[in-house]
Design a protein around this ligand. Structure first.
Ligand SMILES: [Mn+2]
Length: 236
């Protein structure tokens, strides 16, 4: 946000982790800095649209309200510079786990850690009785297979939503997997996340969309600077 300016800024949900804050409050100066950056952009004329996600669902009671230059929405249709229109939403509305077993989703964060502990004890007892090790990795592989089919059904649901809105594409987040590909004539864009992978989706001046990987971007910039300084040395 420090390095780029834009006419629009869509924050596609889960910006504030209300689930985590409810458990234990954690708010540092860097959190304030991010909010201040966003407010500053709004003040300077960027149209900021904050879209509510499942982790910041407390925002949903204020949907359709405006806070100065910031509008709060559940979903919004944005027209690109080239005339195509895109549905923008967080996407948790199509998460079958969240819709049918919210408690399971809340449990999800702690579940993996818990499973590791259980597995350790389980195998200790198995060993006592002379059984061999029960493989956690084969269990996980099975889970990954399920995860793959889960992701594709999530993508399909968002493509269906885009079709229902009669738009050319959809922009979402939620599953932390950056992606841009055409599914059944609809451009499915997932902007990924900014906690593990640091990815974002940008619209160029001609309306072209691009996924950017900021970690890679920074590496290239550093490499370029290093090359330049090498060049300086040679020239000297
Ligand atoms: Mn989410």
């Amino acid at each position: 946000m420090r390095d780029n300016d834009s006419k629009y800024l869509f924050l596609v949900g889960d910006i504030i982790d209300g689930w985590q804050l409810k458990k234990s409050w954690y708010w540092t100066q860097s959190h304030n800095d991010v909010i201040q950056k966003i407010l500053r952009k709004a003040r300077k004329g960027t149209k900021v649209c904050l879209i509510a996600g499942n982790h910041d669902e407390f925002l949903r009671q204020f949907v359709n309200l405006r806070f100065g230059a910031i509008s709060l929405q559940n979903k919004v249709v944005h027209k690109l510079a080239d005339g195509r229109s895109f549905l923008i939403m967080h996407g948790d509305q199509f998460d079958s786990v969240l819709q049918h077993a919210k408690w399971l989703a809340h449990l999800g964060d702690a579940a993996y850690e818990f499973m590791l502990t259980v597995n350790r004890w389980f195998n200790w007892i198995r060993k006592l009785f002379g059984f061999d090790y029960w493989s956690l990795s084969s269990y996980l592989k099975q889970r990954v297979k399920n995860a793959v089919s889960y992701i594709s059904s999530y993508e399909e649901a968002l493509v269906m939503a885009a079709k229902a809105h009669k738009v050319d594409g959809v922009v979402c987040g939620h599953i932390h997997k950056a992606e841009m590909r055409t599914i059944e004539g609809i451009l499915y864009c997932n902007d990924g996340d900014w906690v593990e992978s640091c990815t974002a989706l940008v619209e160029h001046f001609d309306g072209r969309l691009e996924l950017i990987n900021w970690a890679e971007e920074l590496n290239q910039q550093t490499a370029a600077t290093e090359n330049n300084s090498e060049y300086e040395l040679v020239r000297l």
